[in-house]
Design a binder for this molecule. Structure first.
Ligand code: HSE
Length: 406
């Protein structure tokens, strides 16, 4: 029998307890032995919960109990998650976490401790909620040279953008919904400013390069500047706007960024709506593959945590070689990444189009009746080049990177 402790009885932690109880038989069959929840650590009391008799408030009980072989960290944040997780690994316990902030900030060190101790540090649930993506990368795609990972990696922002697109709903209204449904982070900035996506694409990039990625080097732009007017143009163009985390790997050069992107119906991520996440992975032999499912929420995320618990039970005696080394992976300057650009400009197209095309070259022009502005879709050019050309045009109201065919 394997004994598990959960640290943090919030949305995900309570979901893990629920999955362990509800799917007890399936989990035992897959793990090869019974998995028992021994402790739940939280500062709060939950007298009416199904884990009331397992609740403890003192971390040292977990750290010092040799019967606890696997510790689940679902506290979120870095403090005390980081010192607790580190202490558990140093005490020879396998750790499973859903905490992308922890993995992005301290993954290198925690993976190294796990290697040295011959135990495991697993984090499937830290990216894509319930979608299997970390394990496919280190198992199913292990023989691939990955050239691109692009994902809709944040359920909250995808939910907001979908509602703005389909229903014309306001940003604030949908954010409130997402929070009530348990998708959003406690601090909404983490989702809407793209910080959550940034940590997730940093983890995915480190997984495929095998090197440490500093998430602070990743250009990150959220969705707070996307408006209903942008979606009116998108509707007219048959496009949509999605928040992407993306990494392109070419001969060791890595471009990684987070930004809203205008895409068309042919893009594999176009149909990824609401709280769902989708991740496209391209490999030199594989071509394109896509992973899709529930990217946030209590039970989907808990399901991924439980799969890691099973992987830990199956590999109790040794370290599964996953993750990345201490070597640093430089991230290329965003100015050298190339896109097309959707640009909204003040004034009438008839009067200003020549000026705009003199700066950007031949563009597709889009007009909406009744607006005191127009939009253009430029050709593909490096971001640094685009920024320099943009300086020549006064009255630009919006710029959104675009991945669109002609
Ligand atoms: N706030 C995150 C999201 C939770 O909305 O995707 C899952 O990481």
């Amino acid at each position: 029998m394997a004994n598990v402790a959960i640290m943090g009885y919030g949305t995900i932690g309570s979901g893990v307890a629920e999955v362990l109880m509800e799917n007890k038989a399936e989990i035992a069959r897959a793990a090869g032995e019974e998995v028992q929840l021994k402790y739940v650590l939280d500062v709060r009391d939950f007298p009416d919960s199904p884990v009331a008799d397992k609740l403890i408030h003192d971390f040292s009980q977990i750290e010092n109990d040799p019967d606890v072989q696997i510790v689940v960290e679902t506290m979120g944040g870095l403090n005390p998650a980081y010192p607790f997780v580190k202490a558990c690994l140093l005490a020879g316990k396998h750790v499973v976490t859903s905490n992308k902030a922890l993995v992005a900030a301290h993954g290198t060190e925690l993976l190294q401790i796990a290697r040295e101790k011959g135990i495991n540090f697993f984090f499937e649930a830290s990216v894509g909620g319930g979608i299997p993506i970390i394990r496919p990368l280190y198992r199913c795609l292990a023989g691939e040279r990955i050239t691109e990972i692009t994902g809709i990696l944040n359920g909250t922002t995808n939910y907001i953008l979908t509602k703005m697109d389909k229903e014309g709903a306001s940003f604030e209204e949908t954010l409130k919904d997402a929070q009530e449904l348990g998708y959003a982070e406690r601090n909404p900035e983490v989702d809407i400013e793209g910080y959550d996506t940034c940590r997730k694409i940093a983890i995915l990039t480190a997984m495929v390069t095998g090197k440490e990625v500093n998430y602070e080097e990743i250009y990150t732009e959220g969705i707070t500047k996307i408006t209903d007017v942008d979606f009116r143009y998108a509707a007219q163009m048959g496009t949509s706007v999605k928040l992407f985390g993306s990494s392109h790997i070419d001969n060791g050069e890595v471009h990684a960024w987070v930004a809203p992107v205008m895409i068309g119906k042919k893009h594999p991520l176009y149909a990824v709506s609401d709280v769902y996440n989708g991740i496209v992975v391209k490999g030199n032999m594989l071509g394109t593959s896509m992973y899709y499912g529930s990217g946030a929420g209590k039970l989907p995320t808990a399901s991924a945590v439980v799969a890691d618990i099973i992987e830990a039970v199956q590999n109790k005696g040794h370290n599964v070689p996953i993750g990345w080394s201490n070597e640093k992976q430089p991230i290329a300057d965003m100015a050298t990444a190339a896109y097309r650009y959707f640009v909204r400009v003040e004034g009438k197209a008839a009067e200003r189009c020549a000026e705009v095309e003199a700066a950007f070259g031949k563009c597709r022009v889009i007009e909406i009746d009744g607006l005191d502005e127009f939009a253009v879709l430029t050709g593909r050019m490096a971001e640094g080049d685009f920024r320099a050309r943009m300086e020549k045009i006064p009255g630009i109201r919006q710029v959104i990177r675009a991945e669109l065919e002609d």
